[in-house]
Design a binder for this molecule. Structure first.
Ligand SMILES: [Zn+2]
Ligand SMILES: [Zn+2]
Length: 349
């Protein structure tokens, strides 16, 4: 990137690259917050603040973000950004076959926004997806029962559908598919109203509670969920966490082992009911584990290579999932997000 960006765009680019570098969330969000502050200022006020050196008096702008704003405002590439571009600006090269697999992906079916526990507005997520060359993105915020993740009540989801319709008019031909990451309740039912589930383009169903249940109970629960006519994708099927992860309000989640369930029965049901098995690309998940991914390929499952992104830079993580798909020989045509939107939507119906 050689042409200098205006201040807010430069700050967002810095945030994007910090995410790609897997820097801690608070450092990333400092730059995104500062960008939002600059957005509210207007050009004259920004000029005045820079002239009078009062930029850092503003809540949300500190010495580092302030310096980047001043340099971008002067038409330069901020030093901090220049350094990041050098180390993280180019995509990490992937092996040829992985790159080819990845290039076949037309979108992402598991994406969060700040309506639930993501960090960014829907528009920013969509713009980042467009930047990656995607044709569509399913917006799948959490369902009501997941209160820790600010899950959407039926009323909020209704409102989100209106917002998405509006954005789709602006962003066409890119398309935000309506969706949900729906909790699988203990009895295997889905945590949202029938009526709403029926209106959504994409339903990802995931287990987020009672992960240590006995295998028989977990199997029953998952079998019912994948057989539900609304379910399109089975999200992160084992629930494992490989490395600790940061959550909102500075809490940390410790690694945890896979849930136990009869994977052969669950994947067979996925084939029967046309539910795709998600290949979750988050570095702390990488779910399913390779041995289960092998099994799913053998049994004839379809797949969705998803990022489960909670921030724009994370939309770039699909390479992780593609590497694993290539490693176990997932046939590319069995990956539903390589399909054009029309075919995908015919399938989810
Ligand atoms: Zn989830
Ligand atoms: Zn998710």
């Amino acid at each position: 990137m050689s042409s200098p960006l205006p201040p807010a765009a430069a700050l967002r680019r810095i945030a994007f690259l910090l995410e790609r570098a897997r820097e801690p969330t608070h450092r990333v969000s400092a730059f995104r917050t500062a960008a939002a502050v600059v957005d509210t200022l207007g050009p004259e006020e920004l000029d005045r603040r820079i002239r009078t050196r009062t930029l850092t008096d503003l809540k949300g702008i500190g010495p580092k973000t302030g310096a980047a704003i001043v340099q971008a405002h002067a038409g330069e590439v901020p030093e901090y950004l220049a350094r990041l571009e050098e180390t993280h600006g180019e995509l990490t090269p992937l092996a040829d076959d992985v790159a080819e697999f990845r290039a076949a992906l037309r979108g992402d079916l598991h994406v969060h926004s700040d309506w639930s526990d993501g960090g960014s507005p829907i528009r920013e997520m969509a713009e980042a997806a467009i930047g990656l060359g995607h044709e569509y993105m399913a917006l799948t915020d959490h369902s009501p029962r997941l209160t820790v993740a600010n899950g959407l009540s039926p009323e909020r989801l209704e409102r989100q559908l209106d917002v998405v319709a509006q954005l789709n008019e602006e962003l066409a031909p890119f398309r935000i598919l309506t969706g949900i990451e729906c909790d699988i309740n203990l009895d295997g039912s889905l945590d949202q109203t029938e009526e709403l589930l029926g209106r959504l383009d994409v339903v990802v169903a995931s287990v987020h509670s009672d992960l240590r249940a006995e295998s028989a109970a977990m199997t029953e629960r998952m079998l019912r969920a994948v057989a539900d006519p609304h379910t399109d994708v089975l999200g992160h099927c084992t629930g494992r966490l490989l490395i600790p992860r940061e959550q909102r309000e500075g809490r940390r989640q410790r690694p945890r082992p896979e849930s136990t369930f009869d994977a052969e029965a669950v994947f067979t049901a996925c084939v029967e009911h046309g539910t795709a098995v998600e290949i979750n690309s988050r570095p702390e998940r990488l779910d399913p584990p390779l041995r289960l991914l092998h099994l799913a390929v053998e049994l004839g499952c379809e797949f969705a290579v998803d990022t489960d992104a909670h921030a724009p830079g994370q939309l770039d993580w699909q390479g992780n999932g593609c590497e694993r798909a290539v490693e176990v020989g997932v046939p590319v045509d069995r990956v539903v997000n390589t399909w054009p939107a029309a075919r995908l939507l015919a399938w989810t119906e």
